[in-house]
Design a protein around this ligand. Structure first.
Ligand SMILES: Cc1ncc(CN)c(N)n1
Length: 221
């Protein structure tokens, strides 16, 4: 995904330390090495279900910004992502039943609320499509990269967690993230410097929020 000469890959390289803290977090590393605390996994599952419900609204706001562009050719890609969130919500419900996690009884923890507030801020029409699509790309990429590492050769991921890891670590999801990266790169290449700066800030904010989300899952903070 990296090394293709675009701005997105350049940011991943410049901010390598933060990127790795988000994508090789002790929580996902513990899945990969088989030492994961299942109570933490269940906490992540319940919290992420709530996050994904908010993520649907975020993605709808990205789609709306896309439709307002003179060239709205990215619409199908975004719509595909939105449609797959419907499957994702069903998957969470099935998985929650499997792990006896009561989704109706969950309240969002503070790091999740903070992340959801960030997603809600994209309702503002002043936030550009470039910033929004870049944000969408990095949110999905953190999960793709994190979970792909749990199914790489040599993993000791518990069998009952492989389905979760394959959901985001699959080659198909990687391809989807690469298509988002190409869109983000094209938008960034045509954007004025202040918009590029805002997009880089959003990129870094996502990494921070993702680290907070994993921390919360590991320790209930
Ligand atoms: C916190 C978080 N970040 C990203 C994803 C991937 N859609 C997710 N489900 N949850």
């Amino acid at each position: 995904m990296e090394g293709d000469g675009g701005t997105a890959a350049a940011w991943m390289a410049t901010h390598r330390g933060m990127y790795e803290r988000a994508t090789r977090h002790p929580f996902t590393v513990s899945i990969r090495d088989g030492s994961v605390d299942l109570a933490a996994f269940k906490r992540w599952l319940g919290q992420d279900y709530m996050f994904v419900r908010e993520f649907v609204a975020f993605l709808a706001s990205v789609l709306l910004k896309c439709c307002k562009q003179s060239d709205s050719s990215d619409m199908e890609t975004i719509l595909g992502g939105l449609a797959s969130l419907s499957d994702e919500l069903s998957w969470f419900k099935k998985e929650a039943a499997k792990w006896s996690v009561d989704l109706a009884g969950i309240s969002p923890l503070s790091s999740n609320m903070e992340y959801c507030r960030f997603l809600q801020s994209f309702d503002d029409p002043e936030i550009s499509y470039t910033v929004a699509i870049t944000t969408f790309w990095i949110i999905e990429t953190v999960y793709q990269d994190s979970f792909a590492s749990c199914i790489e050769e040599g993993n000791k991921t518990p069998a009952e967690l492989l389905g979760t890891c394959q959901r985001w670590g699959s080659p198909e999801f990687k391809q989807y993230c690469q298509s988002l990266q190409r869109i983000a790169d094209r938008c960034l290449a045509n954007a004025p410097p202040d918009v590029v700066k805002n997009a880089e800030e959003a990129f870094l904010r996502v990494l921070e929020l993702e680290i907070g989300f994993w921390d919360m899952s590991s320790s209930q903070s």
